[in-house]
Design a protein around this ligand. Structure first.
Ligand code: NAD
Length: 494
């Protein structure tokens, strides 16, 4: 574990709800939180009951009246303090993220810093998001006013316990909403630390609510009449369910789903750049990120680049360079998927199964990087989101065939191309069926102020979850038209 020293707690950590500004253990059914590093129970929480959800949203609604009327600059000053506290506490927060999600400490720190980038974007809104006002006719002025929605909800996945919530917390709260957060039941410990940081920063009671639990807690939140908007990030199956449920109540919803990201590798790609970029994409966070490479579309003669990918992946040892898989069941699912791919004709060129656990971590959930070559289009390994460090290589004759395979996949989060040819890169950028495209970038996450979001089955709803495309999701734009004096020369508009 040389450069990845995670501290394990000596006692099981508690993971309370945050209701009306008070921490509460709750009264619902208890559940355990396991560390993927050693399989030990590291925390315990309870499912928020429907009474607790009602109580929490009642308190949030009460807080909303004052919070939405608080001037933007005052709301922002709390978020400035929040940023300082996050940076001060980054090591504690990162350790907790790693402990419960299996990430390496470096990945956890990077997740917090990406959250800080979104926070910095939210801090800039007080200066940049000035609404327009103009005289549209003689004596008549029109203006835009951005108004908070009230109580909004966010449901987040296990794989980025801080970063994904931080896509929405800073923007939604800075814009004047009261935010109800239901973290993943697999990784809720980080939420307590983020809640503590916001309280220390001076956030008024009820502006942030944290409710733990699973599907029942989500449904109670989504169904509550005072929740005006629902953001969701997780698998496509659940994203669709939550989107349908929220919109059936007439609520706005933005639900980001799963992914099956394709990288097109062309023969002129620089081998070292492709090796590092593609291997780090499918092994980073042990393949458990929605932007991870999953399918490599190898066009023509690219054996030297594939060798470079394999060599880089071989160096990515579990426990220090690559973290753990979220659950034992997920390791079993991945092992089975690899067996199935082989039975469907794939050839294993790097086998991560039965890898030796890092010293002292035998109880953890491990799978080393795995590469399957000659995967056939249409098979499970080619189509299904596996969510682990497994790269499926499909051989393609030319770029058109590669794009056809990429386009036929139901997801649409990310796609990349590795090439030195600008015209080929442009063909991929124009024709890939994905919301985020990379050129010689394995994980093409847009940085602020650019927005994050996919298309097709990777996103249900309109807009993106971060950046400028998210502002209208978290607010209403009121149009105010004003006249103070009768005009002698009035026309039909006056
Ligand atoms: P998940 O869908 O299992 O869970 C996400 C959230 O939904 C959790 O908070 C969970 O408690 C809740 N939930 C689970 N079942 C539910 C149900 N029946 N009804 C209502 N809510 C329910 O996802 P996960 O396993 O935590 O995360 C991994 C998935 O998330 C992958 O598919 C990954 O691609 C996706 N993801 C997507 C993005 C993106 O930006 N598109 C980002 C991160 C993760």
């Amino acid at each position: 574990m040389s450069d990845n020293h995670i501290s394990f707690p000596t006692e099981v950590m508690s993971c309370p709800h945050l209701i009306g500004g008070e921490w509460s253990d709750g009264s619902g059914k208890e559940f355990d939180i396991f560390s993927p590093y050693n399989g030990a129970v590291v925390g315990r929480s309870k499912n928020a009951s429907s009474e607790e959800v009602s109580k929490a949203i009642y308190a949030a609604n009460l807080a909303s009246d004052t919070w939405k009327k608080t001037p933007l600059k005052e709301r922002t000053s709390i978020m400035f303090r929040f940023r300082e506290i996050l940076l001060r506490e980054i090591e504690t927060i990162s350790n907790t993220i790693s402990l419960e999600s299996g990430k390496t400490l470096n990945e956890s720190r990077a997740g917090v810093m990406k959250g800080v980038e979104v926070l910095e974007y939210a801090l800039s809104l007080q200066n940049l998001d000035s609404a327009a006002k103009m005289e549209v006719s003689r004596g008549v002025q029109c203006e835009y006013r951005r108004e908070a929605l009230g109580v909004v909800a966010s449901i987040t996945p296990f794989n980025f316990p801080a970063m994904v919530p931080m896509w929405t917390i800073p923007i939604a709260i800075t814009l004047g909403n009261c935010y109800v957060w239901k973290p993943s039941e697999k990784t809720p410990l980080t939420a307590t630390l983020i809640g503590q940081a916001l309280i220390e920063a001076g956030l008024p009671k009820g502006v942030l609510t944290i409710l733990n639990g699973g599907a029942d807690s989500v449904n109670a939140i989504v169904d509550h009449e005072d929740v005006k908007a629902v953001a969701f990030v997780g698998s496509s199956k659940i994203a669709k369910l939550v989107y349908t449920r929220a919109t059936s109540h007439g609520k706005r919803a933005l639900c980001l789903g799963g992914a099956k990201n394709h990288i097109i590798l062309l023969p002129d790609a620089e081998a070292e750049m492709a090796g590092v970029g593609i291997a780090d994409s499918f092994t980073g966070c042990a393949g458990q990120r929605c932007m991870a490479a999953s399918v490599l579309l190898a066009v023509g003669e690219v054996d030297s680049q594939i060798e470079a990918i394999k060599n880089r992946a071989l160096e990515t040892t579990v426990g220090n360079k690559m973290g753990a898989i979220i659950t034992k069941e997920q390791v079993e699912f991945l092992d089975k998927a690899i067996d199935e791919a082989v039975s469907e004709g794939a050839k294993i060129i790097l086998d991560g199964r039965n890898t030796k656990a890092p010293e002292g971590l035998d109880g953890g959930y491990w799978l080393a990087p795995t590469i399957l070559d000659h995967v056939k289009p249409g098979t499970t390994a080619a189509l299904t989101e596996l969510f682990g460090p497994v790269l499926s290589i499909i051989r393609a004759q030319n770029i058109s065939e590669a794009l056809e395979i990429e386009n036929s996949n139901e997801y649409g989060n990310a796609a990349s191309v590795f090439t030195n040819n600008g015209a080929m890169a442009e063909i991929v950028a124009k024709n890939a069926s994905a919301g985020m495209v990379g050129i010689n970038i394995g994980v093409p996450v847009p940085r602020e102020p650019f927005s994050f979001g996919g298309i097709n089955e990777s996103k249900f709803g309109y807009g993106d979850i971060t950046g400028s495309n998210s502002l209208n999701f978290w607010s209403d734009i009121k149009k105010v038209t004003t006249k103070w004096q009768m005009q002698n020369d009035h026309n039909w508009m006056s």
